[in-house]
Each structure stands twice: as C-alpha cells, then as structure tokens.
Design a protein around this ligand. Sequence first.
Ligand SMILES: *[C@@H]1O[C@H](CO)[C@@H](O)[C@H](O)[C@H]1NC(C)=O
Ligand SMILES: *[C@@H]1O[C@H](CO)[C@@H](O)[C@H](O)[C@H]1NC(C)=O
Ligand SMILES: *[C@@H]1O[C@H](CO)[C@@H](O)[C@H](O)[C@H]1NC(C)=O
Ligand SMILES: *[C@@H]1O[C@H](CO)[C@@H](O)[C@H](O)[C@H]1NC(C)=O
Length: 267
Amino acid sequence: MLPSIPNLLAITALLTPIAIADCTRAGLPTTATTYFTAQTNGQPSTLALNTLNFAYKENNKITDINKGVLSQHLNLELNRTTADTVTCASYTLSIYPSKNGSKPYVLATQIRHPVNDTSVISMIDTVAATTGALFFDAAQKLMYLPAENWTALEIGKRPSREMLRRVGDAYLDMWTDGKAADLIPWGTNCEQIEGSRLTRPCGGALTHGGSAKVNGNRRYVIDETVRSVEVLCSFDSLDLDMPDSHEIRVEDGKVKYVHTVTVYGSR
Ligand SMILES: *[C@@H]1O[C@H](CO)[C@@H](O)[C@H](O)[C@H]1NC(C)=O
Ligand SMILES: *[C@@H]1O[C@H](CO)[C@@H](O)[C@H](O)[C@H]1NC(C)=O
Ligand SMILES: *[C@@H]1O[C@H](CO)[C@@H](O)[C@H](O)[C@H]1NC(C)=O
Ligand SMILES: *[C@@H]1O[C@H](CO)[C@@H](O)[C@H](O)[C@H]1NC(C)=O
C-alpha cells in the first residue's frame, strides 16, 4: 500500500539533514579566534574539538593537547589567518612575545575540520617556535608583518589553487630538484622572512638540488583570495630533523612574500 501524503512528508523530513553545515570563509577564521583565546588563556579545554576524531600535532608529533604549548598562558600580539574552503582548513600565524618572563612563541598552525563543518575541530597541527628555533626572534618578526599587504582579490583576478600549490612545492623541492628554483616566479619586490631574518629581494642565492632527502609530509592550506599557499612539512633535505612551515604569497603571478617558521625537532 502506498503511504499517504503526510507520511511521505515525514519520511522526507527524516532524510533531510537537520543543520546544513558549510565550510565558509567566515567560519574558518571564527574558529581560529577560539584557538587564540584558548592559547592566551592556556586552556585547550575551551576548544570545540571533535571528540570522536581529533588529533593534536605539535612539531610534527602527535602530542597530548593538554601537555603542549596550548596549555601555556601566552600573550598574543599579532595573528593572521588564511582560509582554505576546499579542504575546510585554516592557517594562522600567531606571535606571542615574551611578557613578564614567559617564553616568546611564534606559532604556525593549521586547524582542520570535518567536511563542511567548522563548528568542530578535527585537527590542530602546529609548528611551535621559541627561543633556539631557526633565526628565532619574535619581537623582530613582529616589526616586519604590519607593513605587509594581504588584501583579498576579487573573483576573476585570483590565481588558481594549482598554481599556488606548484609554487609552494617548487620552493620546497629546491634542495632536491636542481630545476625547481628556476620554476619559481620571483617578484622583483619579494620579501622573505626566515624566522626573523629578512632578505629583500628574495631569490638571490638559490639552492639547485644536492640533497637526496625530500622535504616531505607536506600539508597544505591554499587561499586563492589572498593568493597564498602555506605548507607544513618535515624539512629533511638538510639532513636535520626540522618541523617547518613555509608560507608564500603571490602577487600578479609573482612571489611577493615568503615566511618560514622552522624548529629543530628531536628524532
Ligand atoms: C587578530 O587579528 C585580527 C585582524 O588583524 C584583529 O582584528 C584581532 O584583534 C586580532 N586578535 C587578537 C586577539 O589579537
Ligand atoms: C608579572 O610578574 C609579577 C612579578 O612576578 C607579578 O606580580 C605580576 O602579577 C605578573 N603580571 C602578570 C600580568 O602576569
Ligand atoms: C560541501 O558544501 C558545498 C557547498 O555548500 C557543497 O557543494 C558540497 O557538496 C558539500 N560537500 C559535502 C561532502 O557535503
Ligand atoms: C594592497 O593590495 C591591493 C590588491 O593587490 C591593492 O589594490 C592595494 O592598493 C594595496 N594597498 C597598499 C596600501 O599598497
């Protein structure tokens, strides 16, 4: 027997998801804000973690979130977030200078979400640099960043995800692929800040291969609107164990900024 009309409607209602979740450019930075607040208070318990499936990585190692840097009370001075709505992830650079004797930190953090749902966090993946990290100086790094222009571009003028990813990969491939450096479209006004060390213009003394160890384990956050690619990786090509973040912003098809956050790991 065919169900009556009211029954059909009831069945349709059951099949419709209750909340139509989405991964929006607004939702990603909103969650990133909850992350700084948790970091400022040293209280990871305030984060909306996906209890069924959550991982915290610090310097490329799975770590107990309650024992990592997030459990320290730090003083946030600067944050900048980019958003990848395709993979539902954000990247945040956040800087915490030393205040009142606390250790200074620069954090390069990817926050990942379940598909189309920024209401919970499925992964926090952070490279946490402090005193002793490569070219580390939080106060110095803070001086360069406010002058940068990270304006979003209108649709139609944005580079493709593929182009941004190619630039990020070519950069990380320079140490193992002799041809990679020359594939990078360096801008004439490019600025590179490795840790806190400024090079301008960048692209001067480039590496052309020589290592057999690929900078692997790459995790990407690509934001076409601000034209950036950020890659967390294991920077192994120098035969040191270095958890690393490389972020590259492209302007008019050319590399404009390069930022790195690199720590010495413990194999
Ligand atoms: C984070 O950065 C945004 C954009 O620059 C700024 O408006 C906000 O105040 C910053 N948040 C904190 C807690 O510093
Ligand atoms: C800074 O340190 C002083 C001396 O240890 C302490 O009295 C003060 O409460 C601290 N201030 C903050 C904001 O932590
Ligand atoms: C995620 O949301 C977008 C936009 O609303 C939609 O096109 C896509 O099908 C959704 N993906 C999944 C796996 O639900
Ligand atoms: C920032 O970049 C945008 C887009 O490229 C440009 O329109 C704007 O003039 C720039 N702002 C400054 C202060 O240079």
